[in-house]
Ligand binder design. Structure first.
Ligand code: 3HC
Ligand code: NAI
Length: 725
């Protein structure tokens, strides 16, 4: 609703729809009624629009886009109505003015914002464009380069930046509403023409066409198959080429194209999925609604290698004092340098610079080799080598040294949380916090509870994720947890495709064209082939512990590819050795070039093993990689390792570079259609009977037999007795 009140000469219209004052149909109707009333009332001389509860508005009601009744376009005419009002209208922006909310403010003649307010047009992030004339008004107000940047990235900008750009007229530190009423009183009677953005020309650039051409290339490159940024660009371009009314018509056409695209649906699903995972639950009945987190006032990180340094950086950025511990002084000095470098870089990006992070202050960041210094921390994150014996030794030590309530977290990427917890006297406080590399950048935090992990521990880890500005996803304990477990079949298929006739660059191309940031072979070169090699050696799949006489391409009756092991035996560890699935300009180089050596190596390998090279088309590459991953996802759901498909999708979008505009693997499967996924898996499984991961999962079959129910209903088909936890 929008509440109308009249005090003195200024009528107040307050947008009210908790929690974020989304512009539902009811709010729009009340806003329109309020405006008409104010215009008609001769005692009203000016109007002020604000939002309830310290928030202006987060824009159109996103849930409304899927209803056939309204498509967000009702807002445009109301923004025009605001602008054409014969009395000055002032927007008082507190909290957020996003999307349609900012478009309402752009219709106002004046904008005043609280210093802590944030503004933006984030429609692009949910697959849309600002459809209430925002693509036409914003460039007229702040110029094409700044408007294009805001509209195509969807970024939120702070009030201070908005003031610099001319997006707001004034910022205040105290009461925004009172300041807006003062401003409204002050401007009564002043001409409104110059304040109506639709009447202003778009500011010219000396080289507009060249600028637009360059921007178009950049937007396309960054979009990686996502439609919305390109259509946002086209709408802004229309503002530079046509009069306002014509630009608005173009904006509407483009908005409709996006609205009916599957991508908008997928991105809106992803928006709500990210919020749904906050409400975690475990099969034993623990949940977010009853568990309270413990405060984390001080933390420690053990191991300052690739992961530990990023984790320390993340904690410092979140203002949590950290003790950073290494095994000896040599490693400590190396780790300290690396952390300092990361923090210096982060400080440059932040407002307030190094001072705001205060990382030279030992009370905030302390480096040590002394475990005793961990006696009073609230939480420890262990990030040492992936070795069970070492992890157990460390957890045993921690359980003796740390204070009784301290949470003990491990960053293991696959090991058994229960086994690690068994080395302590307090397994209820042991939990997996699986960060992704680089840990200070990647948004995902997979949170793994063990058999004994307490609800308080889970709630504390979730709270930590929030403090670090990450998205925490609670999952159960199994080898590889959710993300890596689903990744194994995908990588396995990619390698099998090479055995059968494909090339790394062909597989990567197909997967990257689908929208992944990076294909499996580039990824493997980046992460280092030696990591997986060591793990397989540990599992006895390769190396000296492999029993003599084991068939080269079989392990325990299943197909196995020794290709990655052979590459490692040739010293090809990926980027770090300048050779892997590709070759690189130098050790540590980033530019992957297809390698003729590898091509002839593959040909020779096929000869040796009597494999007939065949042409593998793009469809097969994509389906075998993605559907095998999805198949594992169904197994995870059936076992109760994750409480819903949204969890898997949030993990994949935020931790594995899965293209967000397809929603995530499970949403994508629902769009492809489960019967098709099943039929294809059946076909590939028949062709490769020795690959168990291609065999369609029973839960997938069950859903197909149940008539392909919508994704939101899938979990009601999980057998209650099946959770393994
Ligand atoms: N519509 C419907 N629900 C919304 C919403 C919206 N625009 N924005 C937020 N919500 C809901 C969330 O789903 C959540 O619901 P829940 O409690 O049931 O899970 C609740 O409001 C609170 O949201 P958050 O958990 O995200 O709260 P935060 O404080 O972390 O963030 C926010 C607040 C920054 C406003 C964030 O919610 C956000 O970014 N919202 C989306 C903004 C957006 O994309 N606006 C554009 C809409 S499209 C549009 O305006 C089209 C127009 O151009 C025609
Ligand atoms: P790394 O080898 O880069 O660093 C490990 C660090 O631990 C080294 O600096 C080492 O000196 C230190 N260390 C070893 N023993 C120690 C001890 N007793 N006391 C204190 N410090 C000790 O390893 P990386 O890649 O950072 O991995 C760490 C953990 O994170 C592993 O469990 C790994 O599986 C996991 N992980 C790794 C990811 C990656 O992309 N590298 C991603 C997600 C998880």
């Amino acid at each position: 609703m929008a509440q109308y009140a009249r005090g003195s000469a200024v009528a107040v219209i307050r947008l009210r729809n908790p929690p974020v004052n989304a512009l539902s149909l009811a709010v729009l109707q009340a806003l329109e009624d309020g405006l008409k009333k104010a215009d008609a009332d001769p005692s009203v001389k000016a109007v002020m629009i604000c939002g309830e509860n310290g928030k202006f508005s987060a824009g159109a009601d996103i849930r409304g886009f899927s209803s056939p009744k309204r498509h967000g376009l009702g807002l445009g005419p109301i923004v025009s109505l605001i602008e054409s009002c014969q009395k000055p209208v002032v927007a008082a922006i507190e909290g957020v003015a996003l999307g349609g909310g900012l478009e309402v403010a752009l219709g106002c003649h004046y904008r005043i914002a609280h210093v802590k307010a944030r503004m933006g047009l984030p429609e692009v992030t949910i697959g849309l464009l600002p459809g209430a004339e925002g693509t036409q008004r914003l460039p007229r107000l702040i110029g094409v380069p700044a408007a294009l940047d805001m509209i195509t990235t969807g970024k939120h900008i702070p009030a201070t930046e908005a003031l610099k750009l001319g997006l707001v007229d004034e910022i205040v530190e105290e009461n925004t509403i009172e300041a807006a009423i003062r401003l409204a009183n002050k401007v009564i009677g002043q001409p409104l023409g110059p304040r109506r953005l639709s009447l202003k020309p778009v500011p010219k650039l000396p080289n507009m066409e060249a600028f637009l051409q360059e921007a178009a290339v950049k937007v396309k490159k960054q979009a990686r198959g996502c439609l919305a940024p390109e259509l946002c660009f086209q709408a802004v371009r229309a503002a530079t080429e046509t009069p306002f009314a014509q630009g608005v018509r173009r904006e509407r056409e483009l908005f409709q194209v996006l609205l009916s695209s599957g991508q908008a649906r997928a991105l809106q699903y992803a928006f709500f999925a990210e919020r749904a995972v906050h409400r975690w639950a475990t099969p034993t009945g623990a949940s977010w609604s009853s568990a309270a987190p413990q405060p984390v006032r001080r933390a420690a990180v053990i191991g300052l290698g690739t992961m530990g340094r990023g984790i320390v950086t993340s904690l410092v950025k979140a203002n949590i004092p950290v003790v950073a511990l290494e095994q000896d002084l040599e490693y400590l000095n190396k780790g300290r340098k690396a952390v300092m470098l990361l923090l210096e870089r982060e400080a440059v990006k932040m407002e307030g610079g190094a001072q705001s992070l205060d990382f030279h202050n030992p009370a905030r960041l302390q480096f040590t080799v002394d475990f005793d210094l961990l006696h009073d921390v609230d939480l420890v994150i262990e990030a040492v080598f992936e070795n069970m014996a070492l992890k157990k030794e460390i957890f045993h030590k921690l359980s003796k040294i740390c204070k009784p309530g301290a949470l003990l977290c491990t960053n293991t990427s696959a090991l058994n949380i229960d086994e690690i917890a068994s080395a302590t006297s307090r397994p209820q406080q042991v939990i997996g916090t699986h960060f992704f590399s680089p840990a200070h950048v990647m948004r995902l935090l997979e949170i793994i509870y063990g058999r004994h992990t307490s609800p308080t521990a889970i709630a504390t880890a979730m709270q930590l994720a929030k403090a670090l500005k990450k998205v925490g996803v609670v999952v159960g304990n199994c080898f590889g947890f959710v993300g890596n477990r689903m990744m194994f079949p995908y990588v396995e298929q990619a390698v099998f495709l090479l055995e059968e006739g494909s090339r790394p660059e062909a597989v990567d191309r197909v997967v990257e064209d689908f929208g992944f940031k990076i294909g499996p072979f580039r990824m493997s070169d980046l992460a280092g082939l030696d990591v997986g090699w060591r793990s397989r050696q540990g599992q006895g799949l390769t190396g000296p512990s492999l029993p003599a006489g084991t068939a080269a391409r079989q392990r325990q009756g299943q197909r196995y590819s020794p290709l990655p092991d052979l590459l490692c035996e040739h010293g090809r560890f990926g980027q770090k050795t300048a050779r892997g699935w590709y070759r690189y300009e130098r050790a540590g180089g980033r530019t992957a070039t297809p390698d003729p050596w590898l091509h002839s190596f593959l040909a020779q390998y096929r000869d040796t093993h009597g494999i007939k090279t065949r042409f593998i088309d793009q469809e097969e590459i994509l389906e075998r990689c993605l559907f095998s991953l999805i198949n594992e996802g169904f197994a995870i759901l059936a076992e109760g390792i994750a409480s819903g498909p949204e969890h898997l999708d949030v993990i994949y979008v935020n931790g594995y570079g899965w293209p967000k505009h397809t929603g995530g693997p499970m949403f994508y499967a629902s769009i492809v259609g489960l019967p098709r996924v099943l039929a294809k898996l059946q076909k590939y499984s028949e062709a490769h009977p020795d690959v168990p991961r291609l065999r369609p999962n029973a839960f997938l079959k069950k859903l197909v037999a149940a008539g392909n129910p919508p994704l939101k209903d899938w979990m009601s088909y999980v057998s209650r007795q099946s959770p393994k936890l």
